[in-house]
Design a protein around this ligand. Sequence first.
Ligand code: ADP
Ligand code: MG
Ligand code: ZN
Length: 602
Amino acid sequence: MKPLSKNIIIALVTLVILSAIFSSYSLSGDKPVDVSMATVVEEIQNGVVESLTIEGTDVKVTLKDGAQQVTRKESSNSLSEVLVDYGVTPEQLKTANISVSDRTTRSYIMGVILPSLLPLILLIIVFWFMIRQMQGANNRALSFGMSGAREMKDIKQKVTFLDVAGAKEAKDELQEVVEFLKSPKKFADLGAKLPKGVLLMGAPGTGKTLLARAVAGEAGVPFFHLSGSEFVEMFVGVGASRVRDLFGRAKKAAPCIVFIDEIDAVGRHRGAGLGGSHDEREQTLNQILVEMDGFDPNIGVIVMAATNRPDVLDPALLRPGRFDRRVILDLPDINDREAILQIHAKNKPLAPDVNLRRVAERTPGFSGADLMNLLNEAAIRAARRNDTTVSQEDTLDSIEKVLLGPERKSFLMNKEEKKITAYHEAGHALVAHSLPNADPVHKVSIISRGSAAGYTLKLPMEDRRLHRRAEFLDDMAVLLGGFICEKETFGDVTTGASDDLRKCTRLARELVTRYGMSEGLGPRVFGESQELVFLGKEIHDQRNYSEKTAEAIDQEVKLLVDGAIETARAILKKEKAQLDKIANALLEKETLEKEAFEALFV
Ligand code: ADP
Ligand code: MG
Ligand code: ZN
């Protein structure tokens, strides 16, 4: 609405200016003196007239001294006739310089027609502005169909494989793609078909986007980057047209890489979702499939896509000839974590005491993005301490910050709450310390972080891919350690244990339904994919077992939890003295590091 009101103001100003011009026009010149025809005749005869100008029935007289006069004649007679009738001789008539002006018609137009046309003109101006504006919107609507893909050719921010730590297998696999892109002809001459699509799969933050950019950087080819969600707009059909445009541009720029990030946004199982955008998504996906089939593989366009949900992708995307190469990115192991930390520590001045290996040891399960974030937090912490280098303490503190949220020193607990929290955490720590299959305790604290009142940090000795049943059982006991400890010590329980209970129950359920580790139900899996598409099709086949089995599952879960409760309770009863020792140490020092904690056991 704003530009419109601006236009109206412009129109009003135009109106004012125009009317000013008109009024000055009709007022222009000195007012001539009205005289009679006889006077004029006399003047002509005296030879003082410079010229006569006829305007309709008006006769304007200009005297030699510059004075202006006006007189009137009948419209039917010509001026010379009238003058001759008055007795002016033809010679005198010649000196009078008679001319006829069309001023009448002009002033008629200016004075009568224009003012009545003015509102119309104004209206036309306003409409013109409005139409122009709408055309602007139209143009924008048309450009919706453009892919809007960002093309990256910038050498400065070029990423290479050197910027990607670890992920050795993935890099090997992609090296081949780099070679295809560098010299597509070499492969074509041998009759080899280049791969069309490469699908990068891996947990969030494992470096999928980074790796795709590194491939483009290594090959030195244009890189068209578009996120899956960018295809989906308000209007149906936009996505498909964007896909067409994107591939059109890519084919012209070949060899090049088209990178569709987060492809699960458009590539979900067709027919798996309800809701508005779902038709649009299907059309977009169909168009991607059509385009991928449509181009000759040897022109050198390689489509890369990334997703962290390969399980929800439409099978049509995965069949040969489309994304037939799949590269899996795992969470980094300890060596990769150290390498990633080294890459991101490059531009940060580290204090000599910093040992990135120790940071890597303490961060199992962290992704590349988490590690980057960790070092960033450490640098921020160092800056806030007004230090010029990042210390080891900065990095270790940042691990907990990334894991559990920021420390909340202002979260003040009263004495009683503090005592309950101390016993709760001591319970976790003691059970963890006593059970052979639980991860060792690295730190216990009753300083609240994030939403937790206190925390016990347990870390595995090494990265593990396989987990044994005994570990799960011990983990459950550790999780319940806090709850049982509160109950045994104070005879009552608090809400502080709710998160522990949720985790423990879920673990028990997974043991029964996913891992087939329960004794009663044996090696069977219950319930299909856990996909949470809103009202999606997965909801129907999620529960593929009978009511009776559901009861049996609940029974088994209860058995497992009861077992864990017994384990925890037995330990806490037997080691009551040790428990008090830990709790008191916590109340006194608030935080116990690994060494201090272990020293309490001698
Ligand atoms: P995603 O897999 O979610 O696409 P990104 O590629 O966006 O993850 O990674 C996020 C950031 O994490 C990267 O910009 C990079 O700085 C860092 N990162 C992730 N993995 C690695 C790695 N292997 N080496 C170096 N940095 C990494
Ligand atoms: Mg990404
Ligand atoms: Zn707890």
